[in-house]
Design a protein around this ligand. Sequence first.
Ligand SMILES: Cc1cc2nc3c(=O)[nH]c(=O)nc-3n(C[C@H](O)[C@H](O)[C@H](O)COP(=O)(O)OP(=O)(O)OC[C@H]3O[C@@H](n4cnc5c(N)ncnc54)[C@H](O)[C@@H]3O)c2cc1C
Length: 407
Amino acid sequence: MSSFHVLIAGGGIGGLCLAQGLRKAGISCTVYEAAPGIVQAGYRLHMNATGGNALKQCLPDNLYELYMRTSRTTPRREAFVLIDDQCQEIGTRPHLGPDNDPRRPHTAVNRRTLRQIMYSGLDDTVRFGQPVTGYEEHGDKVRLLLADGTSAEGDVLVAADGLHSVIRRQRLPQIPTVDTGLRSLSVRVPLTADLVASLPDILFDGFVLALGPRNVSLAFGAYQPRRPVAEAAAELAPEAAIDDVDPYLMMNCVIDETSAYLAGIPDLWTATGDELHPVVREAVRDWHPALTELAERLDPSTLAPMSVRRLEPVDTWPTSRITFLGDAIHAMPPTFGSGANTALRDAACLAQALERATTDKSDLLTEIAAYERDMRAEVWPIFRASADPRAIDQADFLPDGVPVVNR
Ligand SMILES: Cc1cc2nc3c(=O)[nH]c(=O)nc-3n(C[C@H](O)[C@H](O)[C@H](O)COP(=O)(O)OP(=O)(O)OC[C@H]3O[C@@H](n4cnc5c(N)ncnc54)[C@H](O)[C@@H]3O)c2cc1C
């Protein structure tokens, strides 16, 4: 099996991690990514040990350490905090999933930084600007079709092309995409020293969700790296192209698509940041002064609309040389901060399965079937739970649920 080659559709969170894992295992692969490079798509990602352990397995030691050092500092409480629109605490609950390690527990990363770290050393493996359009099966081989009319052949094709996966649509067209009707305006607020000093401590307690009237919510997560990103990159991976990142507060304003706040926006997807800024301002107009101040001080050039969509979980599917990871098969709403963690988990498990199939001479389809079975066993409970509209149940948040431990 020395010429064994893996085709990966999509170079997002899961696709890049898989490429690193395969490279470590000595397995040849190529990633086909539609975007022209590592473009900005979302801001902060909450991480737990499900994702952290996968990165530890797949990345070289220096890049894993870079991920840890560029992740955010441990807050005084490491919790999911629920507050009301007046910044009054409703309760807290522990984050979902296991801690990363005792010294550096649950953490969060800047999404683009994590992707730049995972891309490091993969220049020959990742083809940017190469959208995939479908595939053909030829006996023991798979042919991946590309938008420019060319194609590539391999032994396995991994759909890592996200929620709208063209590979899944061809292979499992029966899986519907569900629009939850929620729209999210994602934005960064630069964390200057004076702003940090003026904000209530509770906004730095972990992942904070403020529930307001008229079905509006604001989610917050601070990104203050353990070490300045450029400094850590220069020390640990000087050859990698990793941009510096100033500390920021990620803010997601979630609004129902039918909300009056969106009435003045004819097309959410073409609206500019300056056009969207008043939507956030109006949505939180009567909220606590610190929250209205944040709506004022956000950086409009970073305002990006998103629709909250998910896939319907399916119980099983026939195993073949075309398999899936991450959002391509289990896209879920961001409620539990688990999508990226589970995509990374999939990548690490699939790399191990393919390593067994190539080095232990175990049967390839048996290994893929076991990988898919384990994925359903481990990921489906959270996939199903996150689809429940009552996923954020106030009864799960206890007053004094997670104590203040440091800062
Ligand atoms: C607002 C928001 C906040 C979130 N917060 C968290 C969080 O805190 N923690 C967490 O764990 N998860 C979080 N998630 C979920 C997380 O972002 C996703 O689950 C994760 O990115 C999935 O990784 P993936 O590799 O499967 O897909 P993606 O990262 O979406 O990567 C898919 C890649 O495929 C490429 N692609 C698409 N179509 C094609 C094509 N035809 N040809 C070639 N390439 C293609 C795309 O350009 C993209 O690079 C959040 C999601 C959202 C929307």
